[in-house]
Design a protein around this ligand. Structure first.
Ligand code: MTE
Ligand code: MO
Length: 521
């Protein structure tokens, strides 16, 4: 018998629980889509499917009714439908569990169909929908359980007419779940839309051809060894290091670079002005100061850009300036020696292209710096918008007050890519021990290999485009029985032999020899 303590309209509340579960579906799915880079949103996919499947007459009707607002009207219509169906599912779940949950599963299956049959959909595009259904079912079951407890408590006779704690719990649970889903879902949808707009802007960019003859990679730069690092690193595999929680999204149309500070002429350069300049293409290996011996925070790419020295020549640095503090739109800064940037023999670029494409967003779109021979943290500012000509005595880059050296030339290093540490090989087999070695801008002239206590042997060295890139190397060893320690060292074009002294990355780059152990049986 209902009392004033029991839910006034339990079926209406059950319907509301269904709607909250639908919000949870959308919120979780949109969050999943955002994580996937804006792909797989069931909201978008179902909307598109409806547009595609709708008969022409219905489309015309929508357009004539709502004009250019037809898409908004479509989403509103879908929203009304979704509220109606999820409310019904809530009522059903209260009366006959788990049939309400099954309605969500069925709706999920339909939107999964819509998502995965969209043109260009990828393997993971169904994941947001699956996540959404899981969230909806969990919320439906949990919040419905609260409603049942309230109904049960109300039906249990007591003398008190005081409001029930179960009532309170139900309200808290449903409101919290609904609000959370709304906030997360809206935020994620906005995030995905922003990312997709940024991706479309990048796709529309047309880079000019370089004025220099871009370096052709000699066929001898790539050794035929399984497991060796490719000479040129594909953009998708290029290591990424930055302090950006969110990749900055810059519309090139609004981008400009300001060169100021100790200069005779302040220079401002827009995107169109930059692209109209004679751009050059140069290959360079870039690495991170945090790279451990044997680590993979290093990559080699073809960069298209304008020589920074030319821009500095326009600005005309004054007095005793010795540093350029470059600044990213997100506040990151790097302090680069002015003389390196002015040097005729160093291809320091204000880069717009990477391996024949506009810079990927996470690698600095639309514009970054690339300076052969210097670690990224003192030279390779991504999303660069400002260069201040100053002095090391007066300014510091982002990492310097955080315990990293003011100067960061890349150290002579070498790495074993294959075989993997701890591998077992067969006695008598020819084993290709191979990897890469680098000291960008100086160059590498030899790599030497030592097996156990044996003599240092010269490895075979691959060609390279220039001293600015790493070089592949291979040493073909006939395996002899036992456990062997294999270590390597590089010799620079200057004749420097890579030091065996083991130092950690801080404060200015790791040193030491890379080594592996091999067992031959
Ligand atoms: N805006 C910005 N640029 C930056 C950084 C950063 O944190 N923010 N990190 C630098 C560091 S430490 C390195 S090693 C390189 C890495 O460039 P990549 O992510 O394209 O490989 O970018 C440099 N440029
Ligand atoms: Mo770095």
């Amino acid at each position: 018998m209902p009392t004033s303590r029991s839910p006034m309209r339990p079926r209406l509340l059950a319907a509301a629980v269904g709607v909250v579960a639908a919000l949870a579906f959308l919120g979780a799915a949109e969050l999943g889509a955002l994580v996937l880079g804006g792909a797989g949103s069931p909201l978008v996919a179902v909307g598109s499917a409806v547009i595609d499947l709708a008969p022409a007459g219905a489309k015309d009707l929508m357009v004539s009714l709502f004009g250019t607002g037809d898409k908004v009207a479509l989403f509103a219509l879908m929203g009304v439908l979704m509220v109606a169906i999820s409310a019904a599912a809530g009522v059903l779940e209260r009366a006959r569990p788990p049939f309400g949950a099954l309605v969500f599963a069925a709706g999920g299956a339909l939107s999964l169909l819509a998502v995965t049959t969209r043109s260009g959909s990828g393997m993971w595009d169904g994941a947001p929908t699956v996540l959404g259904v899981a969230a909806a079912v969990i919320v439906l079951r949990l919040v419905m359980a609260r409603l049942r407890r309230w109904e049960f408590a109300a039906a249990t006779p007591t003398r008190s007419e005081a409001p029930l704690p179960e009532r309170r719990a139900f309200i808290v649970w449903s409101v919290t779940a609904g609000a959370l889903a709304l906030v997360v879902g809206t935020g994620a949808r906005i995030g995905s839309a922003t990312m997709q707009r940024a991706a479309a802007i990048r796709r529309a960019v047309h880079l000019p051809a370089p004025v220099n003859t871009s370096p052709t990679v000699p066929s001898g730069a790539s050794l035929d060894v399984a497991g060796i690092t490719p000479y040129v690193t594909p953009n998708a595999d290029f290591y990424r290091i930055d302090t950006a929680l969110r990749v900055p999204s810059i519309d090139p149309a609004g981008w400009s670079l300001r060169i100021h500070g100790a200069v005779e002429e302040e220079v401002t350069l827009t995107w169109d002005e930059l692209l109209a300049l004679p751009l050059e293409e140069h290959m360079a290996t870039m690495s991170c100061v945090s790279n451990e011996v044997g680590g993979d925070l290093i990559g080699n790419a073809l960069w298209l850009g304008y020589p920074i020295r030319e821009l500095l020549a326009r600005a005309k640095p004054t007095g005793d300036a010795d540093m350029v503090l470059s600044r990213s739109i997100d506040g990151f800064t790097a302090g680069t020696p002015l003389d390196v940037l002015q040097d005729d023999g160093t291809d320091a670029l204000l880069a717009v292209g990477m391996n024949g494409e506009p810079l990927p967003a996470e690698h600095g779109f639309p514009v970054r710096m690339v300076v052969p021979g210097l670690f990224g943290y003192v030279s390779a500012t991504k999303w660069v918008v400002e260069m201040e000509v100053t002095r090391f005595a007066d300014a510091q880059g982002y990492w310097t007050p955080r315990g990293w050296s003011e100067r960061g030339p890349v150290k002579l290093e070498s790495r074993i890519d294959t075989p993997a540490n701890g591998s077992t090989v067969t006695v008598g087999d020819r084993v290709a021990i191979a990897g890469v070695a680098w000291q960008p801008h100086t160059g590498v002239k030899a790599v030497q290999v030592q097996i156990g206590d044996g003599d240092w042997q010269d490895a075979e060295l691959a060609d390279s485009v220039s001293a600015d890139t790493w070089r592949q190397w291979v040493y073909r060893w006939t395996a002899t029985a036992g456990d062997h320690r294999v270590q390597i060292r590089a010799v620079s074009a200057d004749g420097e032999v890579q030091t065996s002294v083991q130092r950690p990355p801080a404060p200015n780059g790791a040193t030491g020899w890379d080594s592996i152990t091999l067992t031959a049986r």
